[in-house]
Design a binder for this molecule. Structure first.
Ligand code: ADP
Ligand code: ADP
Length: 221
């Protein structure tokens, strides 16, 4: 992200000249209070929101004008957007079916992804019969089979109780390291920010206030 600005109407910019360079495989958290601009920034990365000015780059590609489907990113939503009538297998396979992949390719990719995500024993289940953590992994599986260049999370844990949130936090962290996939994660929760990411971007009223490792933030809050 280079000098990214978002203005809605004439008011104060929702995102005000933000530059963040996310390294390949890195896990970056966008954190800040409600209204600081973090969802707007995430939506501009994915392509769901127009960018007023600045350059959004993926690798050496400028993607400002690319549609979401052309950006090859995978957004993991709060409710995971799983299809309730489809099995785990078919939920993970879904993007490949859309892309008209042949059955052998689908099978190979779905099995590889479900093995990595430790879902191989649950392939015949429906989402209603899964735990929250397993559902999250199905959502990630969908992203993996598409070979997405990055995961984007928008407050995925905010509807969960404290205990489950703690479990899922360590699970997301573990899987992200295992997959080595570049990740940008939006939260207003300071614990998540300080425990999940390699680096934390602290936003306030659309401005990037700090961009540092959790360790640096602890010693220099
Ligand atoms: P956060 O995700 O940190 O809660 P948002 O990115 O949702 O913050 O919002 C940042 C600012 O932009 C807020 O002041 C919000 O009111 C404003 N905003 C967000 N979406 C819109 C919109 N569609 N139209 C006008 N203003 C918006
Ligand atoms: P359609 O628009 O054809 O009904 P979808 O809306 O499911 O199909 O997906 C269209 C495109 O949107 C996909 O090819 C993909 O690039 C993008 N897309 C779908 N789901 C996600 C997601 N969770 N995160 C990011 N991009 C997505």
């Amino acid at each position: 992200m280079k000098n990214i600005v978002k203005k809605y109407g004439d008011g104060f910019p929702a995102v005000n000249d933000i530059s963040i360079d996310v390294a390949d495989g890195e896990f970056v958290i966008l954190v800040g209070p409600s209204g600081c601009g973090k969802s707007t920034l995430l939506r501009m990365i994915v392509g769901l929101e127009d960018i007023t000015s600045g350059d959004m780059m993926i690798g050496d590609r400028r993607v400002n004008d690319l549609a979401p489907r052309e950006r090859n990113l995978a957004m993991v939503f709060q409710n995971y957007a799983l299809y309730p009538h489809l099995t785990v297998y078919e939920n993970i396979a879904f993007p490949l079916r859309l892309a008209k992949a042949d059955d052998a390719t689908v099978d190979e990719k779905v099995r590889a992804a479900s093995k990595t995500l430790e879902l191989d024993e649950h392939l015949d289940r429906k989402p209603a019969n899964l735990s929250g953590g397993q559902r999250q992994r199905v959502a990630m599986g969908r992203a993996i089979v598409r070979d997405a260049d990055a995961f984007l999370f928008d407050e995925p844990l905010s509807n969960l109780d404290a205990k489950l949130r703690g479990q899922m936090r360590s699970e997301i962290s573990r899987l992200q390291k295992k997959l080595g996939i570049t990740t940008v994660y939006v939260t207003h929760d300071q614990t998540e920010a300080m425990t999940l990411g390699d680096r934390v971007a602290v936003l306030k009223r659309g401005i990037l206030q700090q961009l540092a490792t959790p360790r640096e933030l602890y010693s220099n809050p």
